[in-house]
Write a protein that binds this ligand. Structure first.
Ligand code: NAD
Ligand code: MG
Length: 399
């Protein structure tokens, strides 16, 4: 590639699991991608290491104090030219900077919404890992993508797979292209075969040890409760304009088929590969071209078999809760997401049992009303309310 085609990249959440995988792919293609900005919340040492390795133009950290620390470390290392910023306004600044072509949205949770939307509104190529942003703001988010002519590429492996299996990037609606259904695969998480009684005593360490994927804590817990698949169902509806009943969840324990598209003529097209997030990340970076992602070729003889089974919503009610929230519409998905973030944190802190996560989310959703999600203010207000309600319920009752 010539220097004129070098893409400037901002990574929101550079110190996380997706952030680090993105850095790995970028490092393999120094002539094609240049790091413009990296952000982290609290991990200042990890951010400093990234700055030393990649020398981006800007680095953003959560607090003023950590920014001061990072400034001193960079000066001592002879990296005075890296600008250090801090706080939420800086996240918006590095998302919409004119020099930036590509924004990897890899902050976890609702905290990623505003910076991801800023990238969309600046018309960037947005690589969307932060599914919570889309779950919260669905229609508004997708409207902003088309209004600002942003290029939205799904990084969640399932949605990336569906994107790859759809013709012409789903222009014209699913049914006009003969798409009958989207088959969203799920590994089933570490507790796929556990009984309800055994699920009562799951510890955070057990929930964070996923059999096939190495991920951040929050998404690991979501994968174990299947709330991750619920959020992904909502994500799929928005990304591809699908109705909830067009999205079928298929448990596939090997995580080799990353998802499928079923057509009216009976064809089912699947995307396969090793479970390694560098594949969808490389796809998003290079689309419509293909580049080396550093991922080992798929050895089908070593995999040897692919199994598929139906999800069990009695043991994993989060899937049902997400489907119901999507059907309720309006601010319900934002409330679901907020209640789940509170519940997962409480579980990680030892304040809530594993099965209590779904119970707390369900009780929260029963307590608050659904409003029309017609502005960002309403969505943020409902997000805050669901958090307050969930915290209050957590103190009042045992779940
Ligand atoms: P992670 O916890 O490993 O990393 C999160 C990143 O966000 C870190 O860089 C952290 O510093 C930053 N961050 C956290 N809270 C923040 C805040 N309040 N303000 C600003 N920055 C903040 O998470 P991850 O596993 O990399 O996941 C990131 C996103 O990608 C999530 O939305 C997740 O659902 C999605 N995703 C992850 C995977 C995966 O394999 N890890 C797969 C698909 C989708
Ligand atoms: Mg996924």
């Amino acid at each position: 590639m010539t220097s004129s085609t070098v893409q400037n990249v901002t990574i929101l959440g550079a110190t996380g699991s997706i952030g680090r995988s993105t850095l790995d792919v970028i490092a393999r293609h120094p002539d094609a991608y240049r790091l413009h900005a990296v952000t982290a919340y609290r991990s200042r040492e990890a951010l400093f290491d990234i700055c030393r390795r990649f020398a981006p133009a800007q680095a953003v950290i959560g607090t003023r104090e950590d920014a001061g620390w990072l400034r001193r470390q960079l000066d001592d290392a002879g990296l005075e030219r890296i600008e250090v910023l801090h706080g939420d306004p800086a996240l918006l600044e590095v998302s919409r900077a004119v020099e930036v072509d590509v924004v990897m949205a890899a902050i976890v949770g609702a905290a990623g919404l505003m910076p991801t939307l800023a990238a969309v509104e600046a018309g960037k190529r947005v690589l969307l890992a932060n599914k919570e942003a889309l779950v919260m703001s669905g229609g508004l988010f997708m409207d902003a993508v088309s209004r600002h002519d942003a290029t939205l590429l799904p990084i969640d492996s399932e949605h990336n797979a569906i994107y790859q299996c759809l013709p012409m990037q789903q222009r014209g609606g699913l049914s006009r292209q003969g798409v009958a259904r989207l088959l969203l695969t799920a590994s089933g998480g570490p507790f796929r075969e556990w009984s309800l009684a055994d699920l009562e005593s799951v510890t955070p360490a057990q929930a964070c040890a996923h059999p096939n994927w190495s991920m951040g804590q929050k998404i690991s817990v979501d994968s174990a409760t299947l709330m991750n698949k619920g959020l992904e169902l909502i994500e799929a509806c928005w990304l591809f304009g699908a109705a909830p009943e067009q999205v079928e969840v298929v448990v596939h324990p090997q995580s080799i088929v990353h998802s499928m598209v079923g057509y009216a003529d009976g064809s089912v097209i699947a995307q396969m590969g090793n479970p390694d997030m560098r594949t969808p990340i490389a796809y998003g970076l290079a689309w419509p071209a293909r580049i080396d992602a550093g991922v080992a070729p798929l050895d089908l003889f070593a995999v040897s078999r692919l199994d598929f089974e139906a999800p069990d919503e009695a043991r994993f009610p989060c899937l049902r809760l997400a489907r119901e929230a999507m059907a309720a519409g309006g601010t319900a998905p934002a409330s679901l997401n907020a209640a789940n973030e509170v519940a997962v944190q409480a579980f990680l802190d030892g304040r809530l049992s594993f099965l209590g996560i779904a119970r707390l989310v369900e009780s929260t959703l029963e307590t608050i009303e659904v409003r029309a999600a017609d502005s960002l203010d309403v969505i943020l207000c409902e997000d805050a309310q669901a958090r307050r309600v969930a915290e209050t319920l957590l103190h009042q009752r045992s779940f």
